[in-house]
Design a protein around this ligand. Structure first.
Ligand SMILES: C=C(O[C@H]1C=CC=C(C(=O)O)[C@@H]1O)C(=O)O
Length: 406
């Protein structure tokens, strides 16, 4: 019998212990699991699909049932997978600092049966990292290869093949298969309060962990649609955010993303939107430029705007380039690794009337004995290749710091 929105409270366990039980349970039962913390929220959400998730041929947001979606950068080897919200649970963290304590309470919001809840609570198995195969991305990108790729990109820009491109790299770090996933998740929540912290697992998509600063779409049914143009990166210094200055290169790089979004609005003849920014925002130790776009979907009488914009936006010029087609062609030919779900998007759909999808950035895929970190950097005519490499190193540190302390 299905039991919804019932407050069965568990005491005694810490949040990280709850998370580790869910993760081990999902692996043992070949279920799909999404654990996430929305930006600036004190609650962790757990969503589990006992069927292991479903492949989706073409994404139509309005056709999806409530759940969680994981979408690759390019559909091909890696497929769109949706996780149905069969089990939903919530953990409230201490609101003062997001810290996990002995009193973290898990509330079951939806579950198929009490037996399942008991089974999760009683799971004492460890997650088995040996079962995670690294099928495609074995070698870290060499600095020299990345720098060559960036220089080639700059040449293409000078020849006006495109205006901007976002080449990416991978960095593999060996592990002893002793990562405490629950603890890593809680630490990321503490360290990155305004990020979308996520951990997803299914046999179809593998194990991914991330702390994304970038919303792709936020769609509140009958109320609003939001998206953002996020680009330009510098390390946070002693200076306050108000005193931060940006170079012409970074201003231009971010302006391309804004222009791309405005062009998407133009394609569907939508003129009535609010544009806020660009403003400097902090994402961990990094600063970015951000412009927010907001539409009142009621007043423009466009209820399916979220679904329409999702198709137009991905991949944005923050992860691909501009124009999209020629930048994508460059990336497909030049990058030696498979981006997989990096720079794709993921997030909850139709839960509490909200679909909130994030660009999958500052993320890694966890394998047997190694972790692969992914990062890209926006290249314009004024880019300096070595600087872009350093930027990707800083971006990889967002999570390597959490997992390995480096
Ligand atoms: C592609 C990434 O970041 C994007 C988002 C913000 C800033 C970016 C930049 O400055 O290049 C990128 O466009 C990444 O983190 O791997």
């Amino acid at each position: 019998m299905e039991k919804e929105t019932q407050d069965i409270k568990q005491t005694q366990l810490t949040a990280e212990a709850h998370l580790n039980k869910f993760i081990a349970f999902a692996q043992k039962n070949k279920a799909a699991l999404a654990i996430y913390r929305l930006p600036n929220d004190s609650k962790l959400q757990l969503l589990c699909d006992l069927s292991g998730g479903n492949y989706i041929e073409e994404l139509n947001l309005e056709d999806l049932s409530p759940g969680f979606i994981v979408h690759p950068f390019q559909t091909g080897i890696d497929k769109i997978v949706s996780f149905d919200a069969e089990i939903l649970a919530e953990i409230s963290l201490n609101p003062a600092n997001g810290a996990s304590s002995k009193r973290d309470v898990l509330d079951w919001k939806k579950s198929p049966s009490e037996e399942i809840e008991k089974e999760i609570e009683n799971t004492n198995l460890q997650f088995d990292f040996n079962l995670l195969e690294n099928s495609s991305n074995h070698d870290s990108t060499l600095a020299s290869d990345y720098i060559d790729m960036v220089e080639k990109g700059i040449q293409f820009i000078k020849r006006e093949e495109f205006y901007k491109v976002v080449p990416s790299k991978i960095k593999n770090i060996e592990s002893n298969n002793d990562i405490n996933l629950g603890q890593a998740f809680i630490n990321a929540c503490k360290k990155y309060p305004n990020a979308f912290v996520n951990l997803t697992y299914s046999s179809k998509t593998g194990l991914w962990f991330g702390a994304s600063p970038e919303t792709l779409i936020e769609d509140k049914k009958g109320e609003y649609f939001k998206t953002m143009a996020l680009a330009g990166t510098q390390a946070k210094s002693e200076k306050s955010i108000a005193e931060t200055t940006w170079t012409q290169k970074e201003i231009e790089e971010q302006a391309y993303v804004s222009r791309y979004i405005i062009n998407c609005f133009k394609k569907i003849r939508l003129r009535d939107f609010d544009e806020i920014g660009p403003k400097t925002i902090q994402a961990g130790n990094l600063l970015h430029l951000k412009t927010t776009f907001k539409v009142n979907t009621e007043s423009v009488n466009f209820p399916e705007l979220g679904s329409v914009m999702l198709k137009l936006l991905h991949p944005t010029s923050a992860v691909c380039g501009m124009p999209k087609e020629s930048a994508l062609d460059f990336i497909s030919k030049e990058e030696k690794h498979n981006r997989g779900y990096f720079s794709g998007f993921m997030g909850p759909v139709h839960l509490n009337n909200l679909s909130h999808l994030f660009v999958n950035l500052r993320c890694c895929q966890i394998y047997n004995q190694s972790v692969t970190f992914y990062a890209g950097a926006g290249i314009t005519e004024d880019s300096k290749a070595e600087k872009e490499w350093e930027e990707t190193e800083m971006k990889c540190k967002v999570l390597s710091n959490i997992i390995f302390g480096i």
